[in-house]
Design a protein around this ligand. Structure first.
Ligand code: 13P
Ligand code: SF4
Length: 358
C-alpha cells in the first residue's frame, strides 16, 4: 500500500522496569507487529520497545477490571496493543453504556470520554489526555445553542456528538456520522437546527431538500476541512475510473460530491475492505490517517490506497505512557466529572439518539 502516513509516536522515554521476562516481551513484540501489519513503519525493534508498556497496561486493566475503549484515530500501538473496543463514535458510546466494568478508560478526545460518562454516570471514566479537544466541540458553547433557540423558537435542535456535555444538555438529540441522516429525517416538524458542523449540515440540507429546512451553525473539523474536491478530481484523472473515493461526512460539499461512498470511520473501513474482496483494490480514503492504518491492518486482500490522509493532532495527543500513567494513578483532571443536572439533560439527548438511530 502506498499511502504516506505520519511519523509514528515512539515512547517518550525508556519504559520503566517491569517484571516481564525476555520471552514475554518477545512474544508481545511479535503479537504487536503481526496485529499492526506495517512491518516497515513498525519494525520488530520498535515493537520490542513498546512491548513492556502494553504488557503492563494489559496487566493493570485486568487487575483493576478496566474496560479500555479507543477511537479509530488513536495510534496502532494503542488500538492493537491495549484496546478492548475500537470503533466509530456511535458504537463506542454504546460500548461505554453496556460495558459491565465499573471503570472505563477512554483513549480519544475529550467529548467522547464525556459522552461515556453521560451514558454511564455511575462508572468511573478516565480520560488520559484532558487537553485533547476537537475543533468542532471547542467551537460552540451552550450559550450559542440558547441563542439559536431564542431566534427559532420551537424548532428542534440536533447536535453532532462532537460537542461538550454542556452543549448536549441544550439540544434535543445527538447524532453521529453513522446516523445523522436517519435521525434528522425522523425529527418532528419541517425545520431543524443542526450544530456545530457546517459541512455535515450542508450534506443534511441537500439530503432533506423539499422535506425540511435545516438551519446550520458554522463549525468545522480542522482535519476534514483540508480536503478539496479538486484534489479528488486530480487523483481520478491519474488513476482512472476504477478509483473508489470514500469520504467522511465532515468533508466539504465539493469533496462529498466526488465521493462514491460517504460514511463514519467504521463504515469507511468496512467499505474499503469490502472493495478489496470484490476485486476493486484502488481506494482513496478521504479522512483522518487512523482509518487507513486500520484498513492496512485488517484487510485480507491487498489494497492500493491513494491520496494523503490528514492527522488529527487532538486524537494523536494520547500516547501509551499517558494511558499507563492514568491507569497507575489518575490525576484529578483525568477523571471525568460532570455536573449532575447537565448529565441528566444530556442523558435525555443521548437516549433520544439511541432510540431514533435503531
Ligand atoms: P466517527 O464517529 O466517524 O468515528 O467520527 C468521529 C470523528 O471525530 C471524526 O472526525
Ligand atoms: Fe475533531 Fe476533526 Fe479531530 Fe475528529 S478529526 S476529533 S472532528 S478535530
Amino acid at each position: 500500500m502506498s499511502l504516506p502516513l505520519p511519523v509514528i509516536p515512539l515512547p517518550r522515554e525508556e519504559p520503566g522496569s517491569f517484571s516481564f521476562t525476555e520471552a514475554e516481551i518477545e512474544a508481545e513484540a511479535l503479537r504487536l507487529q503481526e496485529a499492526i501489519q506495517q512491518h516497515q513503519r513498525w519494525p520488530l525493534e520498535t515493537c520490542r520497545g513498546i512491548a513492556p508498556i502494553t504488557l503492563e497496561i494489559n496487566r493493570l486493566k485486568k487487575e483493576n477490571d478496566v474496560f479500555l475503549i479507543a477511537h479509530t484515530y488513536q495510534t496502532p500501538d494503542i488500538i492493537y496493543g491495549v484496546a478492548d473496543e475500537v470503533a466509530d463514535s456511535y458504537t463506542l458510546s454504546k460500548a461505554a453504556r453496556d460495558a459491565p466494568q465499573q471503570t472505563i478508560l477512554f483513549s480519544s478526545v475529550r467529548f467522547m470520554a464525556e459522552t461515556a460518562k453521560i451514558v454511564s454516570p455511575h462508572k468511573t471514566v478516565i480520560h488520559p489526555s484532558p487537553e485533547a479537544g476537537c475543533s468542532l466541540s471547542d467551537g460552540i458553547t451552550a450559550q450559542d445553542v440558547r441563542d439559536l433557540r431564542a431566534q427559532y423558537p420551537g424548532v428542534p435542535v440536533a447536535c453532532y456528538i462532537n460537542t461538550t456535555a454542556a452543549v448536549k444538555a441544550e439540544c434535543d438529540v445527538s447524532v453521529t456520522s453513522s446516523n445523522y441522516l436517519r435521525i434528522c429525517e425522523r425529527l418532528p416538524g419541517d425545520k431543524l437546527i443542526f450544530v456545530p458542523d457546517r459541512f455535515m449540515g450542508a450534506h443534511l440540507q441537500k439530503a432533506l431538500q423539499g422535506k425540511k429546512e435545516v438551519i446550520v451553525f458554522d463549525g468545522e473539523c480542522e482535519v476534514h476541512a483540508v480536503f478539496t474536491g479538486e484534489k479528488v478530481r486530480q487523483w481520478r484523472q491519474r488513476i482512472g475510473e476504477n478509483l473508489s473515493v470514500l469520504a467522511h461526512p465532515e468533508c466539504s460539499a465539493d469533496v462529498l460530491e466526488e465521493a462514491d461512498f460517504v460514511g463514519s470511520s467504521e463504515k469507511l473501513i468496512h467499505e474499503a475492505i469490502r472493495l478489496g474482496t470484490v476485486g476493486q483494490p484502488d481506494v482513496m480514503l478521504i479522512t483522518e490517517c487512523g482509518t487507513a492504518e486500520r484498513v492496512m491492518a485488517e484487510a485480507e486482500e491487498e489494497l492500493n490506497l491513494y491520496g494523503a490522509c490528514v492527522m488529527c493532532r487532538h486524537m494523536k495527543a494520547t500516547q501509551l505512557e499517558d494511558i499507563l500513567q492514568a491507569l497507575q494513578a489518575p490525576r484529578v483532571d483525568q477523571v471525568i466529572e460532570i455536573d449532575s443536572e447537565i448529565i441528566a439533560r444530556a442523558q435525555h439527548n443521548l437516549d433520544e439518539m439511541f432510540r431514533l438511530a435503531e
